[in-house]
Design a protein around this ligand. Sequence first.
Ligand code: 4AD
Ligand code: MG
Length: 479
Amino acid sequence: MKRTKIKSLLNKKAIGQEVCVKGWVRTRRGSKNVSFISLNDGSTINNIQIVAEVDQFKDEVLKRITTGSAISVIGILVDSKGSGQSVELLAAGIDILGDADPDEYPLQPKKHSLEFLREKAHLRFRTNTFSAVFRLRHALTFAVHKFFNDKGFVNIHTPIITGADAEGAGEMFQVTNLNLVDTPKIDGKVDYTQDFFSIKTNLTVSGQLEAELGALSLGHVYTFGPTFRAENSNTSRHLSEFWMIEPEVAFADLEENMDLAEEFLKYCIQYCITNCEDDLRFLDSRLADEEKTLKKEERSEMSLLERLQFVIENDFERLTYKEAVDILRNSKPNKKKKFNYIIEGFGSDLQSEHERYLVEKKFKKPVIITDFPKGIKAFYMKQNEDGETVRAMDILFPLIGEIVGGSQREEDLNKLSKRMEEMEICKEELWWYLETRKFGTCIHSGFGLGFERLIMFVTGMKNIRDVIPFPRTPQNADF
Ligand code: 4AD
Ligand code: MG
C-alpha cells in the first residue's frame, strides 16, 4: 500500500479511509490495554497519533516501538476523541522497519541543549526544532529563486574554484593537489605550474566579479552558491562555508540596489509567513521559552512572529556612514566608554556592537548605511565625488547585525585601475574584469545576502551553526 504523508492526513480529508503511514517514533505511552504512538515523518512539525489495541499485537512487536525507531502502520483514520490532536490512526497492522535501541539512541523525548545536538548533527534533523529550521531553510531557498525568477533575473552558476584572489572579501582556502610533503619549488617558491590548474587556486569568497560579467550582457542576474572564508572568527554569526545570494543589475544605481534588497528581504520573510505557518508558530514558542531563561533586560521586546511582521511593515531606515558615526559618537555607550571599540570619528569601521546599537536601540528597525569611507571597503565600489567615500551599502538587522553588503560598482576604467593600483590589487590577474569597463561599460550595482543570517532572523536561532545542516567552522569539519 502506498504511504500517505502525515501532513496530508492531518487535513482530515481521508477520515474513515484505510491509509498507510511511515515515519519515526517520537514517543510511545499507554496503558495495559492501549498504546499511543506519536509518529513523525518530516512532512510537518505535527505528529500523528497512532492508537494500537495491545491485545491485537504481539508483545515483541510493541516492545520494539521505541523512540527513534522507524515503523510502517496501516489503519483507519478517525476523528480523535482525545484533546491535543485532530485525527488519529487506529492501527490494524504495524511493521517495524528499523529498530532504535533505547539504551543507545541518543535522542530522548525531552529537551536537549542545542550544543549537545550540534555534536549529533546526523540525528538532529529528527528533533522538532531542527526539522522546522531545515524546512524553513528550504522554503527560503525556494523563495529566493521565485523572487528573482518572477522578476526576470537569470541565475548564474559562478565558479567555486577560482584563480582570482583579489576580491578582498577575506582569507581564502587554497585548492591544490601538489605533494605537500615534497612540494615542487623554483628559487624557493612553490612552482604552481605543476599544480592541477597550473596556477594557484582557491575556494571562492564571492561570485560577484563573475556575476558582474553576466549582468553586463544579461541585464539582471543572480548567483546562489557556497562561499568560503578562512578567517579565524569563532562567533555565532560566522561560518567558514556559507551560502550567499548575489544579484547584479545593469543600469541600476545604489538607490535601486537598496530598493531591490529591501523588497527581496521582505518578500522572503513574507513567503515564510504565508507558507510555513506551523513551523514558525513552533519556533515562536520555542524562542519564547528560551527567552524565559534570560534576564529581563536581555529578552527581546517582540516575539519572533511580531518581529517578522514588523520588518515587513516598516521601511528600512536609510542613512549615510557619516550620519551613523555622528549618532554613535554622541551615544551614551560611546560617551560612557561602554563600547569595546570607541568611535572616534570618520574612518572607524563599525563593529557589531555599534550596528546593534543603531538597529536595536536607536532606530528599532532594519537600517541601511551607505557611503562608507573608501579605506574600509573593496576596490570595485563606485567612488563618490568627495574623494573619500564609496557608494557602498550595508543592511543591518535586529539581533543579526550585517545581513547584506553591496554597492554600486565603479564603471569608469581609469578610476577603477587607479584604485586597484592604490590598493595593490593585481590588474593582470583581473584583466577580464577590467575589460568589461573597456567595452560597453555602464553603471551597475549588486549586493550579497548571507543566506544563513537570513535564516537566523526568520527562525530566531541565535547561533549560525544551528541553521546549516553541517556547519564548517575553525577546528570543525565533522560529518
Ligand atoms: O559583505 P560581504 O563580504 O560582501 C561580498 O562578498 C560582496 N561580494 C557581495 C556583493 O556585493 N555581491 O558578504 C555579504 C554577506 C554579509 O553581509 C553577510 O551577511 C554574509 O555575506 N557573510 C557571512 N555569513 C556567514 N559567515 C561568514 N563568515 C560571512 N561573511 C559574510
Ligand atoms: Mg560586508
